[in-house]
Ligand binder design. Structure first.
Ligand code: NAD
Length: 505
């Protein structure tokens, strides 16, 4: 990393323990979404760099210090990584805000929490065990080994870059894998800073963690199709995830996918109103709606619909737009220009479909505290669940309010989308709080809270929201292969022409 006087900060990427430019020498600019100005140059890696990174990761996996490191020592290294993230959390948070425009209050809290993933999976590193398995054949000793899957390609979106790297990197390293990370082309800088301040500083051996910065169609696809990669862990949009899964299938790679959502936030008439209003607001306006778990469909029981919407609007109207670097700001810019256009076009779609715009409904210029890529917090009522605004992921501060009659109606509407990432339920009834999570087809259901995550709780999607789970003990299984070992202690090898299926053969 070096500062280019009077111009942009020029980053290098990190492959095989070396700081380097892309082989082609090409770079691209990264932008501050608040000012709309470029602030850094990032190497534009392509297939040649991906090949170098995957070969380095493969060598590090097969031989060298990482391959021979004990599981306990790996755990210790993860804990070193954790304490370095702790040390640099504030700096890393500021870089993320500069690159993705999310609020400093959110990114700062996220980065301070992130070390827990490395502590937790560091603790699990030497608790990965196989089993001695009794089989129905005499004179046989059989056991299983749980081995690292190999080189893993980690593909990351722009909305919470280092958190989503951590969800993959911590279990991958705990399992003993080596990795090649491709960050989003919009938010590469925080990962490169992390590599310098954390991975290099922690003494992670060369080749164990590599980064290829670049575009999805070039660097991303080269990673997904590289023959030395055994597993792809992807977070991003569902359409991209589908392409990634089909490319990976050609070489039978293991794949886990964390994709999009259209999550229902369901408000029953017996809820604590103030809590539910807060939950609805934090579900859609926090992070400018750019979160996979955004509660973008607000299902409100018809008996309280009008009163609830009024209360919601009263709070939503007070949202303070502004510089995401200020702790006072409540709604920041949309991260990328294409995303900004997409959000505005969905607002037009909703208006065209006949939904009633009761708040916002357009761009937010400087006179509203906004700027180049700001969208007003927007609320539509009178939304029918079959409308596109209720079916498709907007990934912006746009809320669709949908009425429902009773529990059955709420469940029908909640499940009537292709997604199944998350849901919220607001009720004081124990019965509803128990039944609703069972009936909703989603990987996470929050009752009387929203957007809570933990390193110990599995996270992932049903249906088009994903495959596999991150976080929690099971996440480590995504980075392991099971091997069965059979040792015969019999006096004779038996009949060579018969498969050993029965105790006698
Ligand atoms: P995206 O799908 O456009 O990009 C994600 C990553 O994939 C980027 O690094 C991109 O460069 C790469 N990529 C793009 N095309 C590729 C290809 N053909 N082959 C390989 N890699 C490719 O997503 P985004 O716009 O960066 O992020 C927003 C999306 O991510 C939203 O849909 C959101 O819901 C989803 N998301 C999901 C979760 C979750 O945990 N379920 C978390 C955050 C974001």
């Amino acid at each position: 990393m070096q500062d280019v006087p009077n111009t942009l900060k020029a980053y290098k990427t990190y492959i095989d323990g070396q700081w380097c430019d892309a082989a082609s020498g090409k770079t691209f600019q990264t932008f501050d979404p608040y000012t709309g100005e470029p602030w850094a140059l990032i190497p534009e890696c392509d297939a040649a760099d991906v090949d170098r990174a995957c070969n380095a990761a493969y060598r590090a996996f097969e031989s060298g210090p990482w391959a021979s490191m004990t599981q306990t020592a790996r755990g210790r290294m993860l804990r070193r990584i954790a304490s370095l993230v702790e040390k640099h959390a504030e700096h890393l948070a500021r870089i993320e805000v500069q690159d993705n425009g999310k609020l400093i209050s959110e990114m700062s809290a996220q980065l301070k929490y992130l070390p827990e993933w490395y502590y937790y999976f560091g603790g699990l590193a030497d608790k990965i065990t196989g089993a001695v398995v009794p089989v129905d054949k005499p004179d046989t000793f059989t056991y299983t080994l749980r081995e690292p899957a190999g080189v893993c390609g980690l593909i990351i979106p722009w909305n919470s870059p280092l958190l989503l790297v951590g969800w993959k990197l911590a279990p991958a390293l705990a399992a003993g894998c080596t990795v090649v990370i491709k960050p989003s082309e919009y938010t590469s800088a925080s990962l490169l800073e992390f590599m310098k301040l954390v991975i290099e500083e922690a003494g992670v051996p060369p080749g164990v963690v590599n980064v290829v910065t670049g575009y999805g169609a070039t660097a991303g696809e080269a990673l997904v199709t590289h023959p030395k990669v055994a597993k792809i862990a992807f977070t991003g949009g569902s359409a991209t995830g589908s392409r990634v899964a089909s490319l990976a299938a050609a070489s039978f790679k293991k794949v886990s996918l964390e994709l999009g959502g259209k999550s229902p936030n369901i408000v029953f008439d017996d809820c604590v109103l103030d809590d539910a209003v807060n939950g609805a607001i934090s579900g859609i306006f926090a992070a400018t709606g750019q979160t996979c778990v955004a509660g973008s469909r607000l299902l409100v029981q018809e008996s309280i619909h009008d009163a609830f919407v009024e209360k919601l609007l009263a709070t939503a109207r007070t949202a303070k737009l502004g510089n995401p670097m200020s702790f006072e700001t409540q709604v920041g810019p949309v991260t990328t220009p294409p995303q900004y256009q997409k959000v505005l076009s969905y607002i037009d779609v909703a208006k065209g479909e006949g939904a009633r715009c009761v708040l916002g409904g357009g761009a937010a210029g400087p006179e509203m505290g906004g700027g180049k890529y700001f969208v007003q917090p927007t609320v539509f009522t009178g939304v029918d669940n079959r409308m596109r605004i209720a079916q498709e992921e907007v990934f912006g501060p746009v809320l669709s309010v949908i009425r429902f009659k009773d529990e059955e109606d709420a469940i029908r509407i909640a499940n009537d989308v292709i997604y199944g990432l998350a849901a919220g339920v607001w009720t004081q009834s124990v019965k509803r709080a128990t039944i609703m999570p069972r009936r909703i087809r989603a990987g996470t259901v929050w009752v009387n809270t929203y957007r809570a995550v933990s390193f110990t709780m599995p996270f992932g999607g049903f249906k088009s929201s994903g495959v596999g789970r991150e976080n929690g003990q099971d996440a480590i299984g995504e980075y392991l292969e099971t091997k069965s070992v059979w040792i015969s202690t019999a006096a004779s090898a038996g009949n060579p022409f018969v498969m050993k299926t029965s105790p006698q053969s």
